[in-house]
Structure formats: C-alpha cells, structure tokens
Design a binder for this molecule. Structure first.
Ligand SMILES: [Zn+2]
Ligand SMILES: [Zn+2]
Length: 175
C-alpha cells in the first residue's frame, strides 16, 4: 500500500492517487494536503472561492456524471466539503472502510484494548476487528449503493458506480 492511499484533497475532496494529483508547495515539493487543481506553488489557485461556490462547481459535475438532481448533488458536495481542512479549519479523518467522517469521538471504532481506532468507524470496526470481516468490495457496493441511491434520488446503477469508485479510494479496499 502506498503511503498516501486514501488521501483526499483537503480543499475539493478529490482522491489523490498518483503523484501527479498532488499540488505543489512554494519550494516545488509535493503538498500533502491539496490537489494540483486547487493548490500550486504554495497557494490556492482560486484563493477567494467560498465553500458554496465550490459545492456549486462540484455538484454540477456530480449531477451530470451520476444522474443526481442538481440540488441534491450540491447539498451532498457541501456536506463532503465541510469535513475538509480548508473549510472546517481541521482535517476530519474518515473511516477507511466505509468513508464515514469520524467527526465525533463516538464515531470511531474500538481497538482490542478498548482504545479508539484512528482509522475506522464504530459501524465497521469493533474490538480490533471488522464487524463484517468477510465483506468484499463488491459486497460493500451492494450494501451502500441502495442507501446512496435513496439519499441522493439517483438511479441505483449510477449509485453502484459512484460507491464502487469511492470505495476503491479507501484503505480497506486497496488492491
Ligand atoms: Zn483539490
Ligand atoms: Zn466505517
């Protein structure tokens, strides 16, 4: 597994999977937080953009790509953006199995010794083990896609694509 597996841009939320996806710092080194579209040479490419404008842009892409009503797509985008460092002032980690933001302590799963997991949520991981250890990525798509389809009023087939792509960016499902 590469060290940056599961890393998403903390400005727009895009998963950064290859070296070319990462932005650059003023000294030319790689930014660990932001993607190449949002951040270059140590500065945001669009420094004045608001979270609403960002959700508007991202929502339009989602709406078109996955057949989601534009209003729903925008809301969803804003929800996702609000857990990112650029917009919330801190980086909210997300579950490496289902992607749920670990916003509160209670959202985190538990290790065998009872301490909180820094990587997985309470639904996916308890007492140091996955709650559904046999779950495959395809199984997870079947499990989450209907919820996503209902939540975003989108066709189930599109929801499967969206969830499948999203899961493939999370640490648990890395090949
Ligand atoms: Zn970005
Ligand atoms: Zn989870």
């Amino acid at each position: 597994m590469e060290e940056h597996a599961g890393r998403s841009c903390q400005s727009c939320g895009m998963p950064m999977q290859s070296e070319a996806d990462f932005g650059t710092e003023a000294d030319g080194t790689r930014s660990n937080d932001y993607c190449t579209y949002c951040y270059q040479n140590g500065a945001f490419t669009d420094p004045g953009i608001t979270i609403d404008a960002m959700a508007e842009k991202g929502g339009a892409i989602f709406a078109q790509m996955y057949d989601i009503p534009p209003e729903k797509a925008r809301e969803f985008c804003k929800e996702q953006l609000s857990s990112l460092k650029r917009w919330s002032g801190r980086e909210v980690p997300s579950c490496g199995s289902c992607g749920m933001p670990l916003a509160q302590d209670e959202d985190a799963g538990t290790e065998a010794d009872g301490s909180r997991s820094a990587h997985y949520c309470i639904h996916c991981y308890r007492d140091g083990a996955f709650t559904e250890p046999g779950l495959t990525k395809d199984g997870a798509v079947e499990k989450y896609a209907p919820m996503m389809a209902a939540h975003l009023e989108m066709p189930l087939e599109r929801a499967r694509e969206m969830v499948g792509y999203y899961l493939s960016t999370l640490p648990r499902w890395q090949e």
